[in-house]
Design a protein. Structure first.
Length: 277
């Protein structure tokens, strides 16, 4: 049943952001590109799930596949831009495939949408990310924080967002003071809709981040530091995505040091004791 799983709200909010971006920010998104992302994610997730569950002789509820793949496809549609539908197909396929290929102990450590974005940037000539696509209007930030906060409260991963944003904001503030810049420059660097979307909906993916709270905080602070370095010393506009990609494998090490139960989606929702892949 819809809206009985927190991922239903994620799908609803991400769809709203996509419609809002197209309607209010004059995004030049082609419907066929969005459709390609959704179809490729669903088909790839279903194919890999079918292969894996057949090997284990178990059956997953169909909505499990649809929810997971829809979230990834909407994330790609919101953040990744491509001129050719084949580029989005490649990004979507690799995003979902990464969950099944790069995993240890049935836990994947790359965020699917982030893996697809980096793959498209590296492997294709026409993919790009536009960090400033949301502008600096304050009501976008309130909308992202309100909806993202609702999701994080349900899944209990607000600490990751708080650690990332606090660490990154503090480092940027120290740099701003050191250079003697005015505070409007500081606010300009932080008022990014894409940064908030990343902090609220990507870096908090409960299936790929460290299990223990202390581990998540350490991991998020490391991502904030690397983001700062890549953005200010290597001048990468996509620094936040590269930081998450580079440090994703660190999750495995942290889980070995900071022991905690692995995140499991609500059993009541699926009426099963099996965990989602």
């Amino acid at each position: 049943m819809l809206l009985k799983d927190i991922r239903d709200y994620q799908i609803l909010f991400l769809s709203l952001f996509l419609i809002l971006g197209i309607g209010t920010r004059d995004w030049t998104l082609k419907p066929e590109i969005i459709g390609t992302a959704i179809a490729t994610c669903i088909i790839t997730q279903s194919l890999f799930s079918f292969i894996q569950t057949n090997k284990k002789n178990i059956t997953f509820p169909p909505l499990t596949n649809i929810r997971s793949s829809l979230i990834t496809s909407l994330g790609l549609s919101l953040l990744l831009r491509a001129e050719d539908w084949k580029t989005m197909t490649l990004a979507a396929f690799l995003a979902i495939a990464s969950k099944f290929v790069f995993q240890i102990g049935e836990k994947h450590f790359f965020n699917p949408a982030n893996f697809g974005i980096i793959s498209a940037l590296v492997l294709t000539p026409d993919a790009w990310v536009s960090p400033g696509q949301w502008g600096e209007e304050w009501w976008y930030g309130l909308l992202f924080i309100g909806t993202g906060g609702m999701v994080l409260q349900k899944i209990g991963r607000w600490d990751t967002t708080a650690a990332f944003l606090s660490a990154y904001s503090l480092i940027e503030a120290m740099r701003n003071l050191w250079l003697g810049w005015t505070w409007d420059v500081y606010l300009h660097r932080l008022m990014s809709g894409s940064l908030l979307l990343f902090a609220l909906f990507m870096v908090t993916d409960p299936r790929s981040i460290p299990n223990a709270r202390i581990g998540r905080i350490i991991w998020a602070v490391c991502i904030a530091i690397l983001t700062f370095i890549l953005r200010n010393y290597f001048y990468l506009s996509t620094a936040v995505f590269w930081a998450l990609f580079i440090l994703a494998p660190l999750t495995i090490l942290i889980d070995q040091v900071c022991l905690a139960p692995r995140f499991i989606w609500s059993k009541k929702t699926f009426q099963t004791t099996l965990t989602e892949v």
